[in-house]
Design a binder for this molecule. Structure first.
Ligand code: NAD
Length: 293
């Protein structure tokens, strides 16, 4: 059984990008510039954005953080988006989610210029992904595809079961794994909260991608020997065994499933660290105008 080390792969990607940025700088090219909009003062969102900005600096990117107060109106946010759309110096930007409840998330995400949509959430980019055209892939699914590729995990002709159909993980994952491309070419079953007899599907799966947000949901009796397991779930639970008083749980009952698996991602240290690597890869693509010229 091989433990898929997402932390290492993410660091490898960051180092590769840092080297490329150094070369760009030496040749007098444009240094990639990522901007982020943060509305409000939600603690978790502040941490996520802070770590994205810090990693940008680590690889040599430029970064800009636009902070807006909780009571920012939709119109005011749209005005900030228009500014970033028109700012030629900014290659790509993200809007940290969730947004305050009085703001319509879909309207906001559709206002982002698809050329700068490095989160890959704009409907145009989602459509391009479905059509197997060059695009910005959403961060978590892109990270998972990188893990499969870098561990040389065969996907062609395999049966992949995805658990969960969210717009940010399960649904794009099912599209990517089914596409006619090097990583993909699976027969995909997309399962969700209305799926009956889930175990019937997971027991037949060569690859299971679990993204539902229920700690230790996937158990050993639900998978076959040799299965590849990608655990996307992250749930913070109180614990008296850690200093912080919390422990992170994935959606997989790790020890017992690992004993049957050929490859498995741990939580933490599996899929989680890949999200930032994907964002950096997308920003570099935006800066080099690889997707849209
Ligand atoms: P979500 O809440 O938007 O969607 C959950 C999905 O699970 C839904 O489609 C639902 O139909 C399905 N589901 C619920 N109960 C089910 C059941 N009993 N059987 C089958 N399907 C069921 O979740 P999300 O945003 O996709 O996130 C899922 C998990 O992944 C969460 O723990 C989240 O924190 C984590 N996550 C991790 C990363 C990362 O970088 N590692 C990124 C995004 C999300």
């Amino acid at each position: 059984m091989t433990i898929i080390d997402g932390k290492k792969i993410s660091e490898d990607i960051q180092n590769e990008i840092a080297i490329e940025v150094e070369t760009i700088a030496e040749q007098g090219g444009k240094i990639p510039h990522l901007a982020a909009i943060l509305v409000g003062t939600d603690g978790a969102s502040e941490t996520y954005v802070g770590s994205k900005v810090k990693t940008c600096e680590k690889v040599g990117f430029r970064s800009t953080l636009v902070r807006l107060p909780d009571n920012t109106s939709e119109q005011e946010l749209l005005a900030e988006i228009a500014k970033l759309n028109n700012n030629d110096d900014v290659d790509g930007y993200i809007i940290q989610l969730p947004l305050p409840k009085h703001i319509n998330e879909h309207r906001i995400l559709e206002a982002v210029d698809p050329k700068k949509d490095v989160d890959g959430f704009h409907p145009q980019n989602v459509g391009r992904m479905a059509l197997n055209l060059p695009t910005y892939l959403p961060a978590t699914p892109y990270g998972i595809m990188q893990l499969l590729e870098r561990y040389n995990i065969e996907t062609s002709g395999k049966h992949c079961v995805v658990i969960g159909r969210s717009n940010i993980v399960g649904s794009p994952m099912s599209i990517l794994m089914a596409r006619n491309s090097d990583q993909g070419n699976c027969t995909v079953t997309l399962t969700h909260s209305r799926t009956k007899n889930l175990k019937e599907y997971t027991l037949k799966a060569d690859i299971v991608i679990v993204a539902l947000g229920k700690p230790e949901f996937l158990t050993a009796d639900m998978v076959k020997d040799g299965v590849v397991v990608i655990d996307v779930g992250i749930t913070r639970m109180p614990s008296d065994k850690t200093k912080s008083g919390f422990k992170l749980f994935g959606d997989v009952k790790y020890d017992e499933v690992a004993a049957k698996a050929s490859y498995i991602t741990p939580v933490p240290g599996g899929v989680g660290p890949m999200t930032i690597a994907s964002l950096l890869m997308n920003t570099l693509k935006a800066s080099k105008k690889e997707i849209y010229s």
